[in-house]
Design a protein around this ligand. Sequence first.
Ligand SMILES: NC(=O)c1ccc[n+]([C@@H]2O[C@H](COP(=O)([O-])OP(=O)(O)OC[C@H]3O[C@@H](n4cnc5c(N)ncnc54)[C@H](OP(=O)(O)O)[C@@H]3O)[C@@H](O)[C@H]2O)c1
Length: 312
Amino acid sequence: MAAPMNICVLGGTGFVGTALINRLAQQGHWVSVPTRDPELHQGLRVLATVRLIRANVYDARVLDRLVDGADAVVNLIGILNEHGRNTFQHVHADLAAKLVAAMKAGRVRRLLHMSALGADPHGPSAYLRSKGEAEAQVRAAADHLDFTILRPSVIFGPGDSLTNRFAGLLHLSHGWLPLARARARFAPVYVGDVADAFVHALHERNTFGQTYELCGPEVMTLEQIVRTTAAFGALPCRILRLPDALGRLQGIVMGWIPGKPFTLDNFRSLTRDSICAEDGFARLGLPRHRMMEILPTYLTPQAAPKAIAAAI
Ligand SMILES: NC(=O)c1ccc[n+]([C@@H]2O[C@H](COP(=O)([O-])OP(=O)(O)OC[C@H]3O[C@@H](n4cnc5c(N)ncnc54)[C@H](OP(=O)(O)O)[C@@H]3O)[C@@H](O)[C@H]2O)c1
């Protein structure tokens, strides 16, 4: 087992972060997790080597203190929708620039950066453009950073906002689901496999300066993902495939609903397939799981009503 490291995980309280932190804690690493509200994440407090810190990571002095003395930093902070001053630019690109500066000041070299498949400064949505700009900030710091960038397709697993959300929506709507971009293609990747990729990269020098696309073994359309979710949750499923004009309208209208279940920017992201051009897991020498293997472990007919909470 590798020697314990001091690791600062930004965004460690989220869906991917929780899976990663459990692995890091199991390996005996000391993990600090800045969060806007430690009270909401009591589950992580029980891990003996994990410390939750209430912090505003956008404050440069706070960020300097957070990364000071770390052997490695992981940045998982990300949003799917903008709220007030939490714009994609602020949360993705500007934060990446601030983090890179803080790591330079503290002479901390190792950074694992979470991006997204399709990240591109010239991409079709503000989400993908900001993710692309964040990657560019990290790459531009190669003289003082040993970075690894990971770019997953859509991620599933217990607590996800993909299958749980669709299960909740299907349950609420008795199966009726108007779906934009139903034929958009994804390669859903298991959260445990993504977390394993981070842990593996942490220790491997040959991942320095590299970017890895992370896809599950199957390419599925959005419609197939919904139908698979319905099948495992024993839920009715009547999909209404929306033409793009209506899909755009759905994004505009639902973007005004509290919680923004779907937005115009989400629609624009869906205009680009989220599938890999290379097999990052093979390059890392890691296995990956099919949806069919994992869904039955958390998405059962009994669990579907509970998924309503995730859908709202
Ligand atoms: N889930 C997917 O399917 C998927 C696919 C591709 C890429 N990704 C990327 O993977 C990363 C993790 O995704 P996830 O699904 O684990 O997200 P998540 O569950 O929503 O967690 C996001 C984390 O970021 C922090 N955060 C969110 N907004 C923030 C803000 N405005 N300021 C500071 N911290 C903020 C949250 O921390 P606190 O609330 O504790 O402060 C939370 O720990 C993101 O960068 C995402 O873009 C996810």
